[in-house]
Design a protein around this ligand. Structure first.
Ligand SMILES: *Cc1c(COP(=O)(O)O)cnc(C)c1O
Length: 373
């Protein structure tokens, strides 16, 4: 068995060959443009549109600020229906804009917002749905679109996990009014820190550009109360370099995902996610849920045992946003029992392109050995 001395983390940030990055740095040193829509920002923007097969993209310093700008520029008001089963960013963006998050429960099979439970939560104050493609598994985009249309709601996606994901050959980020992508170091595709908004209405470009640069329209005109959320040239350079390797990275992740599925599928009490034929996945995460009665150990126990073998998994997403210290007195996780149950049973296993197959095998063997025989 593989030596267990070197720790295995849940992910490892992808880096391009250093020479690729040096080459891009030379241009910066020649032109002294470090930020404010420099040439690398423009090149990255163009190349991303091309790779993602989308029409409109606006780059940001990170995904969170992109989401924040989307809520501000679209002038969302009142209540926003969302999911507690997400990263802190989604809920903080809603609350920091003076909006009220209304929590909808999720589906057990793909961890996404349950479209069948949304309509019951709509009130006269509801203005938007903010859904999350959890782990890059696409939401039921058609059903959500129908609900948004019927009730005249703005449909926004936190697609932080969904870089490159397609449904029936259509990029998942093309659904809804606007989708946010994150290029944080720990995501499938990174620009060190970075993010983007993808949208169909071309007129939004001007608005998003205003909001990400203090609302400044011209040297003597400040039109909106904006933020500083611009992507700098160094991040754009990293993004351009990493884009050359993203297909290889996703393919390597697929191989590791297949390996996990093959090794873990028959273990009682370990539930894997069913992958759908019509979806092109990015293998951003490898979540499993643990049924204590069938497996013999609960999630926390398995997490601790793996830690002792130097394998650092994540309880992602635990706790639910509604159980955070900053929200627990305002909201209740009892309103979303399925999300609550999943948060207590979920574990995301290490997955990234450079993870060795022997390491995947080692992780699987430990999980197998711990199970009830
Ligand atoms: C990473 C992430 C964000 C925030 O993106 P940053 O680029 O880190 O600001 C938002 N939502 C989800 C679901 C995320 O995983």
């Amino acid at each position: 068995m593989e030596s267990n001395n070197s720790p295995i983390y849940v992910t490892k940030a992808f880096l391009p060959p250093i020479q690729d990055f040096y080459n891009k740095m030379q241009g910066i040193w020649d032109n002294h443009l470090l930020t404010n829509q420099g040439p690398l920002h423009e090149e990255f923007s163009r190349k991303l549109c091309n790779y993602l097969k989308v029409q409109n993209i606006t780059l940001f310093v990170n995904g969170h600020m992109a989401l924040d700008v989307a809520l501000k520029a679209l002038k969302i008001k009142g209540e926003v229906i969302t999911t507690p089963y997400t990263f802190a960013s989604t809920i903080h963006a809603i609350v920091m804009n003076g909006l009220k998050p209304v929590f909808c429960d999720i589906k057990e099979d793909d961890y996404n917002i349950d479209e069948k439970k949304i309509e019951a939560l709509i009130t006269k104050d509801t203005s938007a749905i903010l859904a999350v493609h959890v782990y890059g598994f696409p939401c039921n985009v058609e059903a959500l679109e129908k609900i948004a249309l019927k009730h005249n709601l703005t449909l926004i996606y936190d697609a932080a996990h969904a870089f490159g994901v397609e449904v029936n050959n259509k990029p998942v980020v093309e659904f809804g009014e606007v989708s946010m992508l994150s290029f944080h170091a720990t995501k499938v595709f990174n620009s060190i820190e970075g993010g983007a908004l993808i949208y169909n209405d071309r007129k939004l470009k001007e608005k998003f550009n205003l909001y990400k640069n203090f609302g400044i329209e011209g040297p003597e005109i400040v039109k909106e109360i904006g933020l500083n959320a611009k992507m700098n040239e160094f991040s754009a350079a990293m993004g351009i370099c990493n884009l050359d390797y993203i297909d290889e990275e996703i393919n390597n992740r697929k191989i590791r995902s297949d390996y996990y599925i093959n090794c873990l599928k028959d273990i009682k009490g370990i539930k894997l996610t069913d992958l759908k034929k019509e979806v092109k996945y990015n293998y951003a995460y490898f979540p499993i849920t643990i049924d204590k009665d069938e497996y013999g150990l609960d999630r926390d126990n398995l997490f601790d045992k793996l830690n002792k073998s130097n394998i650092f998994t994540r309880k992602y997403f635990y706790p639910l946003a509604t159980d955070y210290d900053c929200y627990k007195n305002k909201f209740s996780s009892l309103d979303t029992p399925i999300a609550k149950d999943i948060a207590n049973r979920i574990l995301t296993l290490p997955i990234y392109g450079a993870l060795k197959l022997e390491q995947v095998k080692y992780i699987c063997e430990i999980i197998k050995d711990l199970s009830m025989k």
